[in-house]
Design a protein around this ligand. Structure first.
Ligand SMILES: Cc1cc2nc3c(=O)[nH]c(=O)nc-3n(C[C@H](O)[C@H](O)[C@H](O)COP(=O)(O)OP(=O)(O)OC[C@H]3O[C@@H](n4cnc5c(N)ncnc54)[C@H](O)[C@@H]3O)c2cc1C
Length: 462
């Protein structure tokens, strides 16, 4: 089928204005995946019923459907190829139910995380999931990638915060797995299969998210230590001191920190520390909180664990601290295109991993700088390495990142971004053959013709 035939086919269901092709498509932002529209057709249905009709028709004609949300995914999961049709949930942005008493929100899959935050905030509630991409990423994308983020140390990942789902299967079946109860053990919890499935098992059309009480006050600090071991010591103490009130514990290695602070012309912290961290704590109710983080850090200073530290004195300062950690994209604007990784390791292996990785990159990839940062409390490191323009360099950097990772046990090639197209060949480093075979069987059971986001996560035919 050529593009005009595909357009005509789907126009009959959703109308021609919701089938975007040609020059109109070329004007669109492809997000973090340059190949998002390479298939040449984008569908923007307005309801789950329309999504169901689209999938049914696509399966009938053997056409592949690639679900898309805010296009902030970092593993090429939204890439389309000729013959594949992009399906965006961008018109499905209604909040369907908000129950502050129960602490839940049910919304269509195209709703952004920021929309959920805005609905919940006036009622003293917040979603436990928070990502720097909050303004663009959607509920469908968050569910499909099992997103983590900056508060996973406190609230877990998407999987821990999703109560119910609705999804459309490859043959058009609308699967109602919605649920608004905290406890529901009536049979298999099917929705969990779709969490983290990266659009390969079904198109998420609706989700119910659990909300949490917003802390009445939040304290945030930027800290600097001599060594990673000292930062771990601070983390261990923070866990003991604050328990469930510890909301975030993030780390930035010097190459990352220096690059970002130079770009932002920010001099709030000594540039000579061995590693930097962001620590955030919350307090619920009226209990005195103001000085708690300052006192905690004061003790860490006395015990020679800290080289430097600044506790935010205003919301503006708090935002400035988070900007240092969250504006990772600035690295590329100064250093050129980077490859991006999100590996997971046991905390105790992190110092050795980073040290060995830097040595390996220096020897195998001359001219490449490795910028390391991430969700330290979760054992999740983000690595940006660049400049990396040509395929040979890409292979060498992949070899370094994953080669060194293999020297440790209990690791993952993806702690939160997923596999997409980008990490398919490296998936066997994290999942044994029998497990991969079971994943393929599951894919075949749900999508026998492989028309839903084909070739993502793994090559089904391999
Ligand atoms: C600046 C920045 C910071 C980030 N920080 C984090 C972070 O801290 N933690 C984290 O986990 N991730 C992070 N990410 C990655 C990204 O934001 C998340 O993966 C997010 O969940 C993707 O949502 P999206 O709506 O943009 O999905 P998209 O990018 O559009 O899609 C991602 C995947 O989900 C599938 N998909 C999308 N919508 C649906 C749907 N309705 N049904 C079925 N499948 C669907 C797609 O096919 C694709 O495989 C970050 C990204 C950026 C750019």
């Amino acid at each position: 089928m050529d593009i005009s035939q595909v357009s005509a086919l789907f126009s009959s269901i959703i109308g021609a204005r919701n089938v975007i092709t040609g020059a109109q498509l070329a004007l669109r932002n492809t997000g973090y995946c340059a190949a998002s529209y390479d298939g040449g057709v984008l569908l923007t249905p307005g309801s789950a019923q329309e999504v169901s009709e689209i999938c049914r028709l696509a399966a009938e004609h053997g056409l592949a459907i690639v679900p898309q949300g805010g296009l902030t995914g970092l593993v090429q999961g939204t890439a389309t190829a000729p013959g594949q049709v992009a399906l965006s949930l961008e018109k499905m942005t209604r909040i369907l139910e908000f129950d502050p008493m129960q602490g839940i929100v049910t919304a269509e899959a195209g709703v952004t995380l920021q929309q959920v935050i805005d609905v919940a905030e006036p009622h003293g509630l917040a979603p436990g999931i928070d990502l720097p991409s909050r303004g663009s990423c959607t509920l469908g994308g968050i569910v499909s990638t099992n997103a983590g983020g900056i508060q996973a140390i406190r609230y877990g990942m998407a999987r821990d915060n999703i109560l119910g789902l609705e999804a459309v299967l490859a043959d058009g079946t609308l699967l109602d797995m919605n649920n608004t109860l905290l406890k529901n053990n009536a049979g298999y919890d099917l929705k969990q299969l779709f969490v983290g499935s990266e659009g390969t098992l079904g198109v998420i059309t609706k989700a119910t998210l659990r909300l949490h009480s917003r802390p009445s006050s939040v304290q945030t600090a930027l800290i600097g230590c001599d060594s990673t071991e000292q930062l771990f010591d601070v983390l261990a103490r923070a866990r003991r001191a604050f328990g469930g009130n510890l909301l975030s514990f993030e780390a930035m290695w010097p190459e990352f920190f220096t690059e970002i602070t130079t770009h932002l012309n920010n001099s709030m912290m000594s540039p000579h520390c061995g590693i930097y961290g962001v620590i955030e704590t919350g307090q619920w109710g009226d209990a005195e909180h103001e000085g708690a983080l300052t006192a905690f850090l004061g003790q860490c200073f006395e015990d020679d664990l800290l080289q430097d530290g600044v506790v935010a004195q205003s919301e503006a300062q708090r935002r400035t601290i988070w900007q240092l950690r969250e504006d990772a994209d600035l690295i590329e604007s100064r250093s050129g295109p980077c490859l991006s990784y999100d590996v997971g390791l046991r905390l105790s292996d992190i110092p050795n991993y980073v040290e060995r990785l830097q040595v390996r990159i220096a020897s195998d990839c001359p001219g490449v700088t490795c910028y390391v940062f991430g969700h330290m409390g979760d054992g999740n490191l983000h690595i940006m390495a660049g400049p990396a323009r040509d395929p040979a360099r890409h292979a060498a950097i992949d070899g370094a990142v994953y080669g060194v990772l293999q020297q440790f046990t209990g690791t993952t090639v993806s702690a939160e971004h997923g596999i997409g197209l980008e990490k398919r060949t490296h998936l066997p480093l994290s999942r044994p053959m029998a497990t991969l075979a079971a994943m393929r069987q599951l894919k075949t059971a749900f999508d026998p013709q492989s028309t839903l986001n084909p070739a993502k996560v793994f090559d089904q035919l391999a």
